[in-house]
Design a protein around this ligand. Structure first.
Ligand code: E4P
Length: 214
């Protein structure tokens, strides 16, 4: 299972890189805005740090606008994946971009047939937002299970990025289902690594060893 970091914060990326937990990065306009600096500078730095796929989202909502932005974004680096929203215009853009060899990640997917449509359009990645479904009392992880079943049925190569991850249980469930990728906020990565019993265990081992010296 690949871990992508869901952030536009370069310090978080650096820390997760040191832990060997950055197979790729996903950003979105909200994450870039959160950094309160020129998004172009952020994008440049992220691309210099990360070897794996980096998803950068278009702002246009019409097909021509999306295609134009996607071409510019793709020219920034060979690891750029262009995030395109799951709309009719978006699917037309994905089809054209796939023909040009520009990789796409179809974002804002909330039901399994949207993921089927994205795959048919030629998307390389699809991002179902499970946390936002959980937020409205709909079990987000159900759609991951269904998308996996659909892609398996028809042999699609489109990779599933479990997105809008909010807690360690989301990562556990995604892994149990065999999802290709989870894109995870840095705070959740830290929660995944730490366990209170690990801390207590270290403390006890050190205390016992200290006792030997007395
Ligand atoms: C994924 O590609 C999105 O950037 C992200 O996971 C959205 O997460 P949110 O619902 O917590 O904003």
């Amino acid at each position: 299972m690949k871990f992508f970091l869901d952030t536009a914060n370069v310090n978080e990326i650096r820390q997760a890189l040191e832990m060997g937990l950055v197979d790729g990065v996903t950003t979105n306009p909200s994450l870039l805005a959160k950094e309160k600096r020129d998004p172009q500078d952020t994008i440049r730095e992220v691309l210099a740090l990360v070897e794996g796929p980096v998803s950068l989202e278009v702002l246009a909502t019409d097909t021509e606008g999306m295609i134009g932005e996607a071409r510019k974004l793709a020219s920034l680096g060979s690891n750029v994946v262009v995030k395109i929203p799951m709309t009719e215009d978006g699917m037309k853009a994905v089809r054209t971009l796939a023909g040009e060899g520009i990789r796409t990640n179809v974002t804002l997917v909330f039901q399994p047939v949207q993921a089927l449509i994205a795959a048919k359009a030629g998307a390389d990645y699809v991002s179902p937002f499970i946390g936002r479904l959980d937020d409205i009392s709909t079990r987000g992880m159900n759609i991951i299970e269904e998308i996996i079943a659909i892609y398996t049925n028809y042999g699609f190569d489109t990779e599933i990025i479990v997105a809008s991850v909010r807690n360690p249980m989301h990562v556990l469930e995604a892994a149990l289902l065999g999802a290709d990728i989870a894109t995870i906020p840095f705070g959740v990565i830290k929660q995944l690594v730490n366990h209170p019993l690990t801390d207590v265990g270290i403390e006890r081992f050190l205390k016992d060893y200290e006792g030997l010296k007395k």
